[in-house]
Design a protein around this ligand. Structure first.
Ligand code: FAD
Ligand code: NAP
Length: 312
């Protein structure tokens, strides 16, 4: 039986693995369905990870995280976890996509989140090269330049307000003429002279060259607009990767909130003893690498005590 199983090998999962093994747990496996590193490896430039003074690509930032964690004994299995279940004796069972079942005393779920795609041409091609899903991460690259924001929810409007402090102008593109964001946020957007609304409009295409995005083509009720911007921020909703917690009867193994985010306390403990959630998948996550790493460490530190005390 594993002391600790970690689901997901992004910043949260890797840091949980580092702390758990360095802190004394011997039988710790991290299940990652792709290459370790997580969604930050999609980013071309990261400049807000403390201690890394020069901007680096997401790939470069994450390069030595697995090596560092494995030095202390973390094992990595390239496997997708289908489901985490609780066994009758209070331990856990991981159902893998390969059909195997793995027992574990404690589990850290660090499966992250996935920004939804709007679906326009070029969106994938320019992701991390002008198409962004994170204003805190990439906003500063467009200081004193014009940018576009797509979406009409709380995230899009809040991030448009944030970007308006950095960019010279923000075009807010929304497919309807009514916003679903909170009325007070909508009011602040309407009052902001740096934000220009492009309503009843959809982005059809992003275009550019190998250096990055040069603009987007918008369809506004049949009218074609060529918006020459070096950056577009797409905020059309986030999908929390909580599926591993879904049980056969459709319920979740532990408490999740109305947005599907896993409810945790300050030690990253879920409502089920021995089950932790860390990083973007947990409630109120700031969705930053440094925060995900911190969560992973916090979860592991508590999990070590939980396993060593033989709790269930
Ligand atoms: P993730 O990084 O999402 O990692 C989760 C991992 O779990 C993934 O590797 C996934 O493959 C794996 N996984 C999921 N489900 C399963 C399963 N069932 N079985 C096995 N494995 C599974 N943050 C910053 O701080 N600064 C930035 O500049 C920045 N820029 C960004 C740019 C972009 C384009 C994006 C998309 C995000 C950016 N972020 C940035 C946000 C940052 O990447 C995330 O907050 C952070 O990666 C969250 O870490 P995590 O470990 O919680 O989840
Ligand atoms: P959201 O509320 O689902 O809004 C997504 C927006 O994107 C909607 O305006 C939607 O348009 C638009 N959209 C969806 N698919 C699109 C597509 N393919 N092309 C163009 N536009 C598209 O997502 P969110 O803003 O990320 O918020 C998620 C949840 O978190 C919400 O419940 C929100 O209230 C909450 N949240 C709260 C706060 C806060 O309380 N401060 C902050 C952030 C988020 P339509 O409106 O036409 O559907």
């Amino acid at each position: 039986m594993l002391d600790l199983a970690i689901v997901g090998g992004g910043p949260a999962g890797l840091t949980a693995g580092l702390y758990a093994t360095r802190g004394g747990l011997e039988n710790v496996v991290m299940y990652e369905k792709g290459m370790p590193g997580g969604q930050i490896t999609l980013s071309s430039e990261v400049e807000n990870y403390p201690g890394v003074c020069e901007p680096v690509s997401g790939m470069e930032l994450m390069e030595c995280w697995p090596k560092q964690a494995m030095r202390f004994g973390l094992k990595h299995e390239m496997e997708e976890v289908k489901r985490v279940k609780r066994a009758e004796d209070g331990t856990f069972l991981l159902e893998l996509a390969s059909g195997k079942e793995i027992p574990a005393k404690a589990v850290v779920v660090a499966t992250g989140s996935t920004p939804k795609r709007a679906g326009f041409e070029g969106e994938e091609e320019f992701l991390g090269k002008g198409v962004s899903t994170c204003a805190t991460c990439d906003g500063f690259f467009y200081k004193d330049q014009e940018v576009a924001v797509l979406g009409g929810g709380d995230t899009a409007l809040e991030e448009a307000l944030y970007l308006a402090k950095i960019a010279s102008k923000v075009y807010l593109i929304h497919r309807r003429d009514k916003f679903r964001a909170a009325p007070s946020t909508v009011q602040r957007v309407l009052e902001n002279p740096k934000i220009e609304l492009i309503l009843n409009a959809t982005v059809v295409k992003a275009y550019g060259d190998e250096k990055g995005l040069q603009g987007v083509i918008i369809d506004q009720q049949g009218k074609r607009i060529d918006l020459k911007v070096p950056g577009i921020f797409v905020f059309v909703g986030m999908r929390v990767n909580n599926e591993v917690l879904r049980q056969e009867d459709g319920s979740f193994l532990c408490e999740v909130n109305q947005w599907g985010e896993v409810v945790v306390d300050l030690k990253m403990r879920t409502s089920v003893p021995g089950l932790y959630a860390a990083g973007d998948v947990r409630q109120d996550a700031p969705k930053q690498v440094v925060c995900a790493a911190g969560d992973g460490a916090t979860a592991a530190i508590d999990a070590i005590g939980y396993v060593e005390r033989g709790e269930k």
